[in-house]
Design a protein around this ligand. Structure first.
Ligand SMILES: NC(=O)c1ccc[n+]([C@@H]2O[C@H](COP(=O)([O-])OP(=O)(O)OC[C@H]3O[C@@H](n4cnc5c(N)ncnc54)[C@H](OP(=O)(O)O)[C@@H]3O)[C@@H](O)[C@H]2O)c1
Length: 258
């Protein structure tokens, strides 16, 4: 029997949807009949995405222009606007984030300013936590919720702001999963390997991409939809038994075997 994902008519809020993984995920969810609210700072890119999705036959997404999420206080209005525009939110995909602060394109010096660390922690963890908490009461009330965090690898090759901020997200999500499980709410994290996106194109020259690809089983970087397809499944009622976990999508890029 074919697998019926039961996503038609459900709703999703996707942050970081103007580019990269968030954008690809919105397309994958919309293709399954999910009505999305797509959020990011650049509203013009969100409108372009909405046009594309509509042209492809999906439900036109609502757009939500967000503030800079390295600063506190930006998430409650996003949750409010999503509920207002969608009626309710079934699925939250936290994809706003970055692996490097643009002012520090290489490794982070150990004595980098405190406010840089605070901002990266807020973007990659704090804003994910507060947006999730803002939507949790209505997920509990409707006895259904799916939260999917796009994180990243946590083992440091050198000093990077991404590693500790993504690790915080994994540990927090595990704890939350225990408290909300009885309400049919799951929360999972996906650390991508190397996926072509705006920040990856900024951080990798064609030469660096070629060198890094030697460590990827498929031989090249992936595309946003490689993550989006897993998100579609995790969003489905069928994924009820998967929660509190970390599922890398990286074509074998990580070198450890557990
Ligand atoms: N691609 C990969 O290979 C890879 C690998 C490991 C981890 N990740 C993680 O995956 C997530 C998505 O990354 P991506 O590769 O898809 O990146 P991307 O193409 O650069 O997209 C990042 C998205 O986040 C939004 N964003 C970035 N900074 C923001 C800020 N300060 N405030 C509000 N929104 C912000 C951007 O929208 P606006 O600029 O329009 O606001 C954009 O939509 C990130 O957390 C990243 O660390 C990606």
């Amino acid at each position: 029997m074919a697998m019926e994902l039961q996503l038609e008519g459900r709703t999703a809020l996707i942050t970081g949807a103007s580019q990269g993984i968030g954008r690809g995920t919105a397309k994958c969810l919309a293709a399954e009949g999910v009505k999305c609210a797509v959020a990011a700072r650049r509203g013009e890119l969100l409108e372009e995405l909405a046009d594309e999705i509509e042209k492809d036959g999906g439900p036109r997404p609502e757009t939500i222009v967000t503030p800079d999420l390295t600063k506190r206080g930006g998430t409650a209005p996003i949750a409010e606007e999503a509920i207002k525009k969608l009626g309710h939110v079934d699925v939250l995909v936290n994809s706003a984030g970055r692996s490097k602060n643009p002012d520090y394109p290489g490794n982070m010096p150990f004595d980098a300013p405190e406010e840089i660390w605070d901002g990266e922690m807020q973007l990659n963890y704090g804003s994910i936590r507060s947006l999730t908490l803002a939507l949790m009461p209505q997920m509990i009330d409707q006895n259904f919720g799916r939260v999917i965090n796009i994180t990243g690898k946590t083992e440091p090759r050198d000093m990077r702001t991404a590693n500790p901020t993504k690790a915080a997200c994994h540990a927090w999500a595990k704890g939350l999963s225990r408290q909300v499980a009885k309400h049919n709410v799951t929360i999972n994290s996906i650390p991508p390997g190397k996926i072509v996106s705006e920040q990856i194109l900024r951080n990798y020259s064609p030469e660096a991409r070629k060198n890094t690809s030697k460590w990827i089983n498929s031989g090249d970087f992936g595309v946003a939809e490689d993550i989006g397809h897993l998100i579609v499944f995790l969003s489905s009622p069928l994924a009820r038994y998967i929660t509190g976990t970390v599922i890398p999508v990286d074509s074998g890029f990580r070198r450890y075997a557990y």
